[in-house]
Design a protein around this ligand. Structure first.
Ligand code: SF4
Length: 296
């Protein structure tokens, strides 16, 4: 059972817009995430090893959000709202809570454009509202050339169901995500893929990149954002501990290479990352997939 909590703010203004995610604002309807990815950047003692047990619903979200959106809209400060940055807006409990759907209704009312980033096909339920946002939202002045005002990005680290279960144990099967991506593209939405984190040696080999990019292209993606893995922390619930344990359990042949890769920090060495980015760029070029969201 989730906890129900009250919050003092829901609409977070970002310091600057990320070139990939185009976030002027972020909204997180839930605290924690039941998808429980081992590599998740929000991991740590706050949510524990099984993050599904520490899930909270922001029960006063709509009251707070209406006030915040009205104040921004009065000053004509509409901008892209990313749903979500530190949870997934389409967790299984959203089916019953309908909190994300109600948030989208408010964004439509105050004419805010939106960028959904999710691992869940449940987003298909809300295409009716997203279609209206796409027609009616007000773009920020410096993005006036953009044609799309509701964008949908699906998040993947793999399309292999076994690897998915090992590293994203609570998330929807990658095959379902691919089908949802296709449905969004067929419905006319600007759609693409956040391909992160690519797991060294496990999901980022050249032949795997070739399969990933071919699948994204076949399912209607226009853009792909590739990034390698970042791991933190030495406590039991930290991403570095959990991923290292999973590598030891499922891929012991790579355990020593992981220790070396992350021996001096949270990120893979620059030489490794540069080679990965070059390989990903070559696959993207093969299918004319872009590395940023295009404006039309
Ligand atoms: S879906 Fe995103 S927020 Fe949720 S556990 Fe996975 S990486 Fe973290």
């Amino acid at each position: 059972m989730p906890r129900y909590i009250t919050v003092t703010s829901l609409l977070n203004k970002t310091k600057r817009r990320d070139p990939w995610f185009l976030d002027d604002y972020t909204i997180n309807p839930y605290s924690g995430c039941a998808f429980n990815c081992l590599y998740c950047y929000i991991r740590g003692s706050k949510y524990g090893i099984n993050m599904a047990e520490k899930l909270s619903v922001k029960e006063n979200a709509l009251t707070i959000l209406r006030r915040q959106l009205a104040a921004r809209a009065r000053k004509q400060q509409q901008g892209f709202v990313v749903l979500s940055s530190v949870t997934d807006a389409y967790l299984p409990l959203e089916e019953k809570e309908l909190l994300t759907r109600s948030i989208l209704e408010l964004l439509l009312e105050y004419r805010f454009p939106v960028h959904i980033i999710t691992k869940s096909p449940l987003v298909l339920r809300d295409l009716d509202i997203l279609r209206q946002i796409n027609e009616q939202a007000v773009l920020p002045a410096d993005m006036a050339l953009y044609r799309h005002k509701a964008m949908i990005t699906f998040s993947f680290s793999t399309i292999d169901p076994i690897i998915g279960k090992q590293f994203e144990p609570g998330a929807p099967d990658p095959a379902q995500r691919l089908l949802a991506l296709k449905s969004c593209a067929d419905a006319g939405f600007m759609t693409g893929v956040s391909l992160m984190p690519l797991l060294p040696f496990i999901t980022d080999r050249p032949e795997q990149l070739a399969r990933l990019y071919a699948a994204f292209h076949q399912h209607g993606a226009r853009y792909v954002f590739p990034a390698s893995t970042t791991l933190w922390g030495d406590e039991a619930a930290d991403s570095k501990q959990l991923v290292m344990q999973a590598v030891q359990q499922y891929y012991p042949q790579y355990a020593e290479q992981y220790r070396l890769l992350f021996a001096h920090g949270s990120q893979v060495p620059a030489t490794y990352n540069n080679a990965l980015q070059a390989a990903a760029a070559a696959e993207a070029a093969r299918y004319h997939l872009l590395s940023e969201i295009p404006f039309k």
